[in-house]
Design a protein around this ligand. Structure first.
Ligand SMILES: Cc1ncc(COP(=O)(O)O)c(C=O)c1O
Length: 400
């Protein structure tokens, strides 16, 4: 009986990996490709160990060294005085911030979910669960961004406890400096989507633009394991959040994830700049080619994108239809019309490849070619790009 299930498990895994890794153009901007080196860390003994700040568990001397090492590397990569890599995801980091810095009835301001804000912190998610009063930045849809001056006025007048920059739809840097200057509460940048670009110095630099905290997922534009991080230059604010992580928000920190994150951060330390530059270059090349093929995109007056995202401009039913047809052609995007370039960049696609990717996408969206024909071509391209680039040469193991 067990073996039959095991066989099914093995087949599912094999089918998933050979399809998504060898036959698809993976363009969901929340995802990325982890290097073999990074993934190998997930299978180490650390994945079965505990450590806790109260020293409850024994045998943790190397686990504690690992945590300290990862946080040291994170501080270097993001030029931050403080780092906490214990959050298990971007959402856990958001939760740590809101549980630590707010009380029921407090106001927080963020990007509305109607404008691509992350629903998890809004009245649909933590805002409701924690009894917060969610308010939203005035937004300019034509440039897919919050309105700097109007947002500063709102923040100055309402004096929210927390001002949350960052969003799930984020083609352009937010005017964090201008708005945070008006804040009396804590300014936080949720960089879940753009952390890899920030690591490479290619988007914006929230910790030097008035934000006391930079938090986020470690697996979207940053090609790390699924997890979260909190970064800061402000000791008081950092301690207020970090001191609440255990035992309130995270118990087991998943040390194998921490080891894998260390590898990804080292990759960014070494190659973050060229990687992030290539991601943005690819987004811009893709947007230009898609627009040239007659595909409607958001943000045209601002040049479409300065991030890892290109946003299709169709209504919800049409976007759902488009993503469905693209999936049948092995081109994977989400139902919101976000098209991401991080994973393709990570696999070595350059801006010259974006013309072909755009042509294939456009022929599906505009119904110009049979899906079967496009799928064959996609498989041909994807089969040639399945090894991560921007990776460190592995160092011989000390125990080998
Ligand atoms: C801006 C933003 N913050 C937080 C999250 C949650 O991240 P995670 O999936 O790592 O919990 C997301 C998820 O997509 C996001 O877009």
């Amino acid at each position: 009986m067990s073996y039959a299930y095991l066989d099914r498990l093995n087949r599912t895994l094999h089918d998933h990996e050979s399809w998504r890794e060898r036959e698809c153009l993976n363009m969901i901007p929340s995802e990325n490709h982890g290097s073999r080196h990074m993934r190998s860390m997930l299978a180490t003994d650390f994945g079965n160990r505990y450590t806790a700040p109260d020293r409850f568990y024994r045998g943790t001397k190397f686990a504690d060294e690992l945590l300290a090492l990862c946080e040291e590397v994170a501080r270097k990569v993001f030029n931050a005085r403080y780092a906490d890599v214990r959050p298990l995801s971007g959402h856990t980091a958001d939760m740590a911030v809101l549980l630590s810095l707010t009380r029921p009835g407090d106001k927080i301001v963020s990007v509305s979910p109607d404008n691509g804000g992350y629903p998890g912190i809004t009245h649909l998610g933590l805002g409701k669960l924690l009894g917060l009063k969610n308010m939203y930045f005035p937004y300019d849809d034509s440039v897919v961004n919050i309105r700097g001056r109007d947002s500063a006025t709102l923040v100055r007048g309402e004096k929210p406890k927390v001002v949350f920059f960052g969003a799930s739809f984020i083609p352009f840097p937010h005017p964090a400096k201008q708005v945070s200057e008006a804040a009396t509460g804590t300014a936080v940048f949720d960089g879940s989507h753009v952390l890899g670009l920030i690591a490479g110095g290619e988007f914006q630099d929230p910790l030097r633009e008035g934000c006391q905290l930079l938090i986020g997922s470690t697996h979207k534009s940053l090609p790390g394991p699924q997890g979260g991080v909190i970064l800061s230059n402000n000791e008081e604010v950092f301690r207020a959040v970090s001191s609440r992580i255990h035992p309130g928000i995270v118990d087991n920190v998943h040390l194998n994830r921490v080891a894998a994150l260390t590898v990804a951060l080292l990759e960014m330390m070494q190659f973050g700049k060229p990687y992030a530059q290539a991601v943005v270059r690819n987004s811009q090349a893709l947007a230009k080619a898609l627009a040239g093929s007659g595909i409607r995109l958001r943000g045209a007056p601002a040049g479409y994108t300065k991030s890892h995202q290109v946003l299709l401009d169709y209504d919800a039913p049409k976007l759902s239809l488009i993503s469905d047809r693209l999936e049948q052609a092995n081109i994977i995007i989400d139902n919101g019309g976000r098209v991401g370039t991080s994973e393709l960049t990570r696999l070595g696609y350059g801006s010259q490849d974006m013309d072909e990717v755009a042509e294939l996408m456009a022929s599906v969206i505009l119904g110009k070619k049979p899906l079967e024909f496009v799928r064959k071509r996609v498989k041909g391209i994807a089969g040639q790009h399945h090894e991560a680039k921007y990776v460190l040469k592995s160092v011989p193991s000390l125990t080998a």
